[in-house]
Design a protein around this ligand. Structure first.
Ligand code: BGC
Length: 506
């Protein structure tokens, strides 16, 4: 496990730190070139997450044509990514701590490159499946290490935005791979030609991440944890502009390292921790049980059931998903997390029911699918994806990075990330079979049902985390404030004054 103290920047990060990407640093004319390289490599980490997650949608037919997987085989192959993701998330804390952040990033880059290149050789199915597991493993590692590395290395004024950039890059990755796979499939009809090219698209970006990783500096916080102060100072000299900034950063890290040391898994037994863990676990569970990855993975297939094909079927979901992640970046601070979760869940509920009704009418007259049914289905999917992208997509991850107390943040985030992948795998591995067994409409009603439960859960248990520092929230939590009121600012005189390193930065 990674110690929380090394993550002091992440932990002390508050909404006050958030500044637009590209904002100028206080004392100088801008950031040094290395800062942009750090951001670019990190962005590639998010992009690869998206490339692997979005790969299936427009390649499934091609994979099936070559490997003859069938519905269940296709589901199994898709879902292996999630199994790898769970393993990667579980071990990433250990890698990050013992290998360091940079080597863990290189490891993820290497796994992405090797596994996608090997897949491009169209090996026997068990090897192809092992490669998909490896890709998932890389995604699991990257989804933990990239935000951690950024939080520890990027200048404070862009740390918050970097976190959001990571989520945005995931959706851009999904979009990009959907688009390239469509065009490759159209340009080359033979799967033995098109499938390698699809995998090699991933290899291209993976190699950029792997080789780009070599020029990255190690995280100064990890170096300090390993008592390599000289090297930490040398890194800060590369990323920061003034000696004053460097001195402040070193003092900050040293102070944090003197704070409470990281707790192991036993922290889950503490009542106050268990409460927020439950919130995080249920948030991530519902993020998947509202059905997003059925749409991401199988929308072309689902549209196909309704007689909608071509570019519209292939690109609607990834495009809407990417576009509506942009407003989320702004709305999450303006409206707050809970309001967005409600808006998203209601939009998804209504549209899931509408899509279910459309599919029922299609099932009643399969020979003559009406224009109305098609239109309802299309609009439902668009509004559904809008509902997810603007809310549950970014907010579930954001709230999970906010609610845990400092001494258990990495344990909490490891568990909640694993829960996310577990339920993602469950959805990916069963959605199509469920539709085949119970009728196409059925699964939409099931996901609609989970939207209702998600709304009740948000109303009863989720705290509003907007506008409160992480330290204030931790104070409330340990004082026994009920979950729903955890985000209310504590009385000024009951709250201890935060110290330089552990308190909120202005
Ligand atoms: C979810 C992924 C999903 C992606 C879609 C993420 O927040 O965790 O499972 O594929 O959003 O944009």
């Amino acid at each position: 496990m990674d110690t929380p103290e090394t993550r002091s920047s992440a932990s002390t990060r508050t909404r006050r730190d958030v500044a637009p990407v590209g904002a100028k640093s206080g004392n100088s004319g801008g950031y040094k070139r290395i800062v942009y390289i750090i951001c670019a490599v990190a962005a590639l980490g998010g992009l690869l997450f998206g490339l692997d997650q979005g790969f299936i949608a427009n390649s499934l037919a091609t994979i099936d044509a070559h490997y003859r997987l069938g519905v269940q085989g296709g589901e199994r192959y898709s879902a292996i990514l999630a199994t790898g993701g769970i393993a990667g998330a579980l071990l990433s804390g250990i890698f990050a701590r013992f290998l360091g952040r940079k080597k863990s990033l290189l490891l993820a880059g290497f796994i992405f490159t090797a596994a996608s290149a090997l897949s491009a050789m169209l090996p026997p199915l068990p090897v192809l499946s092992a490669c998909r597991f490896a890709l998932g493993f890389g995604v699991g590692v990257a989804s933990f290490v990239v935000p951690l590395y950024l939080a520890e290395t990027a200048p404070v004024s862009i740390r918050g935005s970097m976190g959001t950039l990571f989520q945005l890059m995931i959706t851009i990755g999904i979009f990009l791979i959907s688009l390239t796979n469509v065009f490759i499939a159209r340009a080359f009809s033979r799967p033995s030609t098109s499938l390698p090219l699809m995998f090699l698209t991933i290899t291209l970006f993976a190699a950029m991440m792997f080789f780009g990783g070599f020029i990255l500096p190690e995280s100064p916080r990890w170096l300090m944890l390993k008592r390599r102060k000289e090297q930490a100072i040398a890194v800060l000299q590369r990323t920061m502009n003034t000696q004053q900034e460097i001195d402040a950063e070193i003092a900050d890290i040293e102070q944090a390292l003197h704070g409470p040391q990281g707790t192991g898994i036993s922290i889950v037994l503490r009542g106050y921790f268990f409460k927020v863990l439950l919130v995080g676990v249920l948030l991530q569970m519902f993020q998947q049980l509202v059905g997003i990855n059925m749409m991401i993975y199988y929308s072309p297939t689902i549209f196909g059931y309704a007689g909608i094909t071509g570019l519209l079927a292939a690109m609607t979901v990834p495009t809407v998903n990417m576009l509506f992640t942009f407003p989320a970046i702004h709305l999450v601070e303006k409206w707050g997390r809970k309001k967005l979760l409600y808006v998203g869940a209601v939009a998804m509920l209504v549209t899931m029911v509408a899509a279910g009704v459309a599919f029922q009418s299609i099932a009643a007259h399969p020979a003559t699918i009406s224009g109305t049914a098609k239109a309802v289905l299309l609009v439902s999917v668009v509004v559904y994806i809008f509902g997810f992208a603007v809310s549950w997509g970014p907010v579930a991850w954001l709230v999970c990075s906010e609610i845990f107390p400092l001494d258990g943040r990495e344990v909490g985030m490891t568990i909640t990330t694993m829960v996310n992948w577990t339920f993602a795998g469950l959805v990916m591995g069963n959605a199509l079979s469920f539709m085949k067994a119970h009728g196409n409409a059925s699964i939409f009603y099931v996901f609609g049902g989970f939207c209702v439960l998600a709304i009740v859960f948000v109303a009863m248990f989720v705290p509003e985390t907007k506008g409160i520092t992480l330290e204030e929230m931790e104070f409330n939590l340990k004082k026994g404030v009920p979950l729903r009121r955890l985000g209310e600012r504590p009385n000024a005189h009951t709250m201890p004054v935060p110290n330089e390193a552990g308190g909120a930065r202005k």
